[in-house]
Ligand binder design. Sequence first.
Ligand code: FES
Length: 323
Amino acid sequence: MQDKYLNAIVVGRRALTDRITEILIAAQDGRALPPAEAGSHIELRFGGEDGRFLRHYSVVGALTAGSAPEPFWRIAVQRENRARGSAFIHGNFVVGTHLRVSRPLNAFRLMRHRPKTLLIAGGIGITPIFAMARSLDARHENFSAVYVGLERATMAYVDELETLCGDRLSVVQTEYDGIPDLKALLAKQPEGAQVYVCGPGGMIEALVAAAAELGWAPDRIRYEVFNAAHSPEDEGFEVRLKDGMTIPIGAGMTILDALEARGVETYADCRRGECGLCTTAVIACDGELDHRDHFFSDEDKAEGRQMTICCSRIRGRVLELDI
Ligand code: FES
């Protein structure tokens, strides 16, 4: 568990928009960092000695085509209203801040040699999509990108992405252009086109529904939901295990993170409610299960027998799990 993380230090910080701050992270001992391939993310553990927050951020990488690998990991953090982890980063991270960081993990891997790749980013979902655009460009693959945001001033890296992609990029400012017609966008893609999307849950659901209406195979849409595991309204609760152990789950932590921190054996891969590997049977809950995954069907969720502990929570005080 310990060697999953390395000691790291903040080596740069700049504001990208009113709500988005870029943070550059390097190894504390100055050693070269493991490479982060397009779509990968790192786990940050921060907030005091006990690392009270754990958050996942995509590694953006270099902002220009053809650049050498950077000696740091570049992430962009959006401050969510009243959210604890991102607010802590915005309020406390400065050059010299120490933290613990995992090696890059990739649950959003870019496939090669597709007839065409369509990248879609919504808001802060640009971070993995930027890395994918740079990778596809470097490999001279056929791709286009759509970047959707409220308006340019709120959209991180929009100038850099325009420079990188040229006319392969469409920027949609919903404030002026309205919501994009995702079904029409998919309908004009060539046979065999592969789509990667990262953005708010509603956007991803709309895209998946549009693809289904067009008869696309589900695996032609690969997605990553931003921040499914955390919301400003989250409150702490308690998890009870079969051996009687009780583990407090802070508002800023997932059940999975808390169990891991206590050395409980768990399984997980994507950590974003997509793969189902962390699925755990529920014995009892004194409130309501708050399912945040994209793995279970609506029927499964309504039954409430299982939950994905990497992102789902409860609205209540005590949850008993079959662990
Ligand atoms: S680890 Fe993939 S759904 Fe939880």
